[in-house]
Write a protein that binds this ligand. Sequence first.
Ligand code: AMP
Ligand code: MG
Length: 466
Amino acid sequence: MIRFDNSYARLPARFFASQPPVPVRDPALFALNRPLAERLGLDADWLAGADGVAMLAGNAVPDGAAPLAMAYAGHQFGGFVPQLGDGRALLLGEVLAPDGARFDLQLKGAGQTPFSRRGDGRAWLGPVLREYLVSEFMAAAGVPTTRALAAVTTGERVIRETVYPGAVLTRVAASHIRVGTFEYFAVRGDTEALAALTDHVIARHYPGAEGPLGLLDAVIAAQAGTIARWMALGFIHGVMNTDNMAVSGETIDYGPCAFMDGFHPDTVFSSIDQRGRYRWSEQPQIAVWNLAQLATCLIPLMGEQDAAVAAATTSVHRFPALYQAEWLARFGDKLGIDATPEDQPLIEDLLRLMAAQRADFTRVFAGLTEDRARDEFTDRAAFDGWAHRWQARHPDPARMAVANPRRIPRNHRIEQAIQAAVAGDRAPFERLADAVVHPFEDRPEWDDLARPPLPDEVVPRTFCGT
Ligand code: AMP
Ligand code: MG
């Protein structure tokens, strides 16, 4: 018996479309996240059994669930789309964990909805496993993120460039409310819905926030923290559209995302991001742009127009300073120092050296603690000069050890795991999934997962999970 309490389903009917998932032919469990099941108060053995798998595949709706597709809009690559919505995902309901915390349970790949447009409502195993691996690594590395509870295969075929095995991901989130959810009502001039949504988000995520301006301030602070953590891991989200930015501050929508191997600030993986709009170095600026869209949506709720615009603008303009403080704290942790603004050149000089030599982002930082970082540079004298300045700040290795992952889900390893899974071999996925949720442990048996790709292993492009 799952403890559901579906607060989103109690919002006005125009917030969503109620419907059950579309059943699949032959569901089978591919992966189950037992620690997360326990966190949610769910019985992992039940989930792994026939009834549990039927729920995870969308073939059975559990008592207390209220499945629905959420309505939202969004700016995609800067262009506004007034209606997007859950086209291949359904919110099953909100689970109350034993400690009272509330989590959305969402099935991604659950079939067509009124928001599917021309899409088939399905997902294939590749993007499902990519999201599973990356989101679980992010959680283990301390980044606010949606989680992956399970992956099931459907026994159906999904047609993309070629034919792939279908799959459903069970995603867990603080909520799936996005900047684009606000935009959906704002573009319709539906102030009443905006007010209801604002109250809902405050009650759910920011109980201390006062009114729409308080909400805006809180979302901005949360996003500044999250994006700084992405930057500190060399993470590139890849599709930072406003519909892919959660107001909870959790990282959401692991489509064409990837981590850098050799560092360069302009790195982009997504095949559709030809101009590098969402490149690594641009992510904080894009966050500001997205948050400005949220601010615009909230202005009608903030009283007299001129004062509202001024207050919302001030709030958005606070992002750079908040982000900068978070960035300093994160890179300070990575270097084992209490970073002050005077340390900014020290951090930036290291990144510049790394970029010039395409040094491996993860290995440089993980190697600093053990004097192995200089091996990542071709011009070692330049690195030694930098390291001398750094040592003068008396770095704390214990602090660095829990800030610099030894292993990340490297893009080529994700691709290898997906290819093996499609061919029927689950082992590489299971091994990688285990390794990436223990990112700070020194485990020699996983050393191969810590090494960068060989030239013929490099996977330079990623694709949206459609
Ligand atoms: P995303 O790229 O995942 O952020 O998706 C953007 C929009 O396209 C969302 O409204 C999705 O629900 C929708 N979408 C993506 N893939 C599919 C699909 N296979 N079937 C239906 N809708 C989809
Ligand atoms: Mg999306």
